[in-house]
Design a protein around this ligand. Structure first.
Ligand SMILES: N[C@@H](CCC(=O)N[C@@H](CS)C(=O)NCC(=O)O)C(=O)O
Length: 206
């Protein structure tokens, strides 16, 4: 049985839960309380020396980092396929995942971190700058989606990587530019997938 070390609200854990749902895999969840610092406990650090969630155990195999977990799941449980078969397209998926993990999710995190603070304590300049940055990223994504339904070929790990945050743009205070028609229909398509639509941890943000 697969075991996921999870935090419901984490977009990285959500990425992995989307893949588990897409592949219809059963799994047990162990909730890690990040506020209490459980991810830095000696036991957890034995699983993931970075002390972050998600981490996955598949029998004897321990995997951490959402993107690496998702590729592991793709390798071990290949149906339905979430990676294209040709090298150029696979490289494109990986580049987009990297962009989601290290740029898009991080900037959206900054907005959530600030806007969760009491009003007088928020760094409004940081919020404004982060919203503008997300806007520029969304414009790039809209261009990438021109003439296609998904970021690379069929629905793939690239779409998975952005899904947790693009479905909560209104909660981030970000309005879609009416010109971003490709982006708007992609978000609609993402929301129509049960793996995204039913994702736990987004309830307060939808
Ligand atoms: N690159 C990692 C990032 C994971 C990550 O930053 N997880 C956050 C939760 S959203 C975490 O565990 N933070 C706790 C900490 O850094 O102490 C991945 O994709 O899994």
């Amino acid at each position: 049985m697969l075991k996921l070390y999870d935090c419901a609200e984490s977009p990285f854990c959500q990425k992995t839960r989307i893949v588990l749902a897409e592949k219809d895999l059963s799994f047990e969840t162990t909730a890690i309380d990040l506020q209490a610092g459980e991810q830095k406990s000696p036991d957890f650090l034995k699983l993931n020396p970075f002390g972050t969630v998600p981490a996955l155990i598949d029998d004897e195999v321990i995997v951490y980092d959402s993107t690496i977990i998702n590729e592991y799941l793709e390798d071990e449980y290949p149906h339905p396929e979430l990676m294209p078969s040709d090298s150029a397209a696979r490289a494109r998926v990986r580049a987009l995942e990297d962009y989601a993990d290290n740029a898009f999710i991080r900037v959206t995190d900054a907005i959530l971190e600030e806007t969760r603070k009491p009003e007088g304590e928020q760094n409004t300049e940081r919020v404004t700058a982060a919203r503008q940055q997300v806007g520029r990223m969304l414009a790039v994504l809209d261009g990438s989606l021109s003439g296609r339904s998904w970021l690379v070929g069929n629905f793939s790990l690239a779409d998975v990587a952005f899904a947790p945050r693009v479905v909560i743009l209104p909660a981030l205070g970000i309005e879609l530019d009416p010109e971003w028609k490709n982006l708007a229909s992609w978000i609609q398509r993402l929301n129509q997938r049960a793996s995204v639509h039913d994702l736990a941890g987004l309830d307060a943000l939808r």
